[in-house]
Ligand binder design. Structure first.
Ligand SMILES: *Cc1c(COP(=O)(O)O)cnc(C)c1O
Length: 229
């Protein structure tokens, strides 16, 4: 077994164990492979291990990889900060965008999604533990945003995304409470099924709190080299 196969199996078994401890089915948690800074050949190798969903943070880098890997059936997720003037590429090239925290961004993504494409899957990013440096809307804004964004035509609003400070288990629990509370405000509540939380260091706690999608980079690909950024 190669290194990527090994690390992926290890992460999948951690997910499985966390699900068992919480009495959840293993299919209730999806693994998103966070591949920022890693070259497209590495993604191709990870794909060969069975991975289909990949998450990227930097638009230019992501667009190059999407181009280089267009022969593969990858589901591309954008998990970085969304800038207002960059929405067109996101709307056209990605299946999911996790970092939406304002109505104007969602409106632009809806308007720029191409007619022949399926609706763009969105998660609303919430600054769940009041960090100054973080993107994300305030918890108090979530209800209004869910009402508005879930009405947009070319958007499928799937749930919430949070990035709490390390070891803030309480923040995961707060995100789950908020996630459950606002479901009824959604115009199509059946689409509200995704709680995107948990990374390499805290995915087990995130799953225990109710995460349905863990975003894992380092534990799959090893340490990142940011010298190109
Ligand atoms: C980089 C990144 C991750 C992955 O972090 P690891 O600690 O390497 O697993 C997850 N989510 C977001 C939003 C990221 O930017």
């Amino acid at each position: 077994m190669n290194i990527l196969q090994n690390s992926r199996q290890h992460v999948l078994s951690q997910i499985q164990q966390a699900c068992e401890i919480s009495g959840r089915g293993v299919e209730s948690v999806e693994l998103l492979a966070v591949s920022k800074t890693h070259p497209s050949e590495v993604l191709r190798d990870m794909y060969a291990c069975g991975q289909r969903a990949f998450g990227e943070n930097y638009l230019q880098e992501a667009l190059q990889k999407i181009e280089a890997l267009q022969d593969l059936e990858i589901e591309w997720h954008f998990i970085g900060h969304v800038q207002r003037n960059k929405t067109k590429h996101l709307a056209e090239k990605f299946a999911w965008v996790h970092g939406v925290d304002r109505l104007i961004i969602a409106e632009r993504l809806s308007a720029q999604r191409l007619i022949m494409q399926p609706p763009l899957n969105l998660c609303l990013q919430v600054n769940i533990d009041a960090q100054d440096s973080k993107d994300g809307c305030q918890p108090s804004e979530v209800a209004e945003l869910v009402k508005s964004i879930s009405q947009l035509p070319n958007i499928k609003l799937r749930g919430l995304m949070v990035i709490p400070a390390p070891n803030n288990t309480q923040a995961f629990k707060a995100a789950k409470v908020l996630f459950d509370q606002v479901k009824e405000l959604h115009v199509h509540p059946e689409n509200w099924d995704t709680l995107s939380m948990g990374m390499s260091g805290d995915m087990v706690d995130a799953i225990a709190a109710g995460s349905t999608m863990v975003r894992v980079g380092t534990a799959l690909f090893g340490a990142r080299d940011y010298s190109q950024h």
